[in-house]
Design a binder for this molecule. Sequence first.
Ligand code: NAP
Length: 249
Amino acid sequence: MTEPTPHPPEDGIALITGANKGLGLETARQLGARGLTVLLGARDSRRGTTAAALLAAEGLDAHPLLLDVTDPGCVKDAAALIEVRYGRLDILVNNAGITGAFTGPPSTATAEHLHEVYATNVFGVLTVTNAMLPLLRRSRAGRIVNVSSTVGSLTLNADPDGGFGAYNLVTYQSSKTALNALTLAYARELLDTPIKVNAANPGFTATDINGHRGHQTPAQGAATAVRLALLGPDGPTGTSQDDTGPVPW
Ligand code: NAP
C-alpha cells in the first residue's frame, strides 16, 4: 500500500499501550521514526524505561509512561501526566493485550477465564480511551487505533473456510470481537469530530504472545496500526483493517 502522509505532523504526541515489547514497541519505533513524540505505556516501570531508552538510543523522542490498563488509578495518573507535560494527545494506540491462561474448548471455560482476558483486552481499552479522550479532543486530528485480531472477526468465525481450523479460543477471540464492537461504538460517537477510530489487525506475528511462532516480523505486524494512526483527514473511521485493507467484522 502507498505510504500515508504523516498526519498529525511532526509535533504529534502518540501514546501506545503495552509498548515495552512486541508489536507495541515496534509501533512506537515506527511512529517515532516519523518524528512523533512517543509515550511508551508499560505496566512495569523498569520494562518501560528500558524500552524507551532503546528507542531514545536510536534517536527517537521516546518516553516511558507507567500504564497498567487494568488499573483505573494508574490510567488516570497517566492522563494527568500527559496533560501537564503536553496538554493534548494526537494518537492513542490501544495495543496492550493478552491471551490469558485458559486454552480449552468453550464448553470448559468459566466466567473468570473470560473476565481475566476481558480485563485487559476490553475493559482496559474502555478505561484508557475514556481517560485519554479529553486530551484527544484537543488534537487537530485525533486518532485511536485498537489493536484487534482477525480471529475476532465474526464473519471469518462463521465461515468453515475462514482459515481458523480447530482454533477456537473463546476467551481471546470473543475479547477481540468485543473490541471490534467498541471500535464501532466510539467511531459512531465521534463521527462529527476530527477523531478517527479504527481497528488494526496485525496478522500472525512472532512475539511473546504466541511463543514467537508468528510468520511476520513485529515491523511487518505493526505497519497497519501505524498506517491507521497516521490517517489523513479524508481517511476512514469505524473500519477494521489489515495490511491489505478492510477486514470483515
Ligand atoms: P506481546 O509481545 O505479549 O506484548 C503484549 C504487551 O501488552 C506487553 O507489553 C505487555 O506487557 C502488555 N500488557 C499486557 N497486559 C497489560 C496491562 N494490564 N497493562 C499494560 N500493558 C499490558 O504480544 P504482541 O503480539 O505484541 O501483542 C500486542 C497486541 O497485538 C495484542 O493486543 C494482541 O492481542 C495483538 N495481536 C497480536 C498478534 C500476533 O500474532 N502477535 C496477532 C493479532 C493481534 P508486559 O511485558 O508487562 O507483559
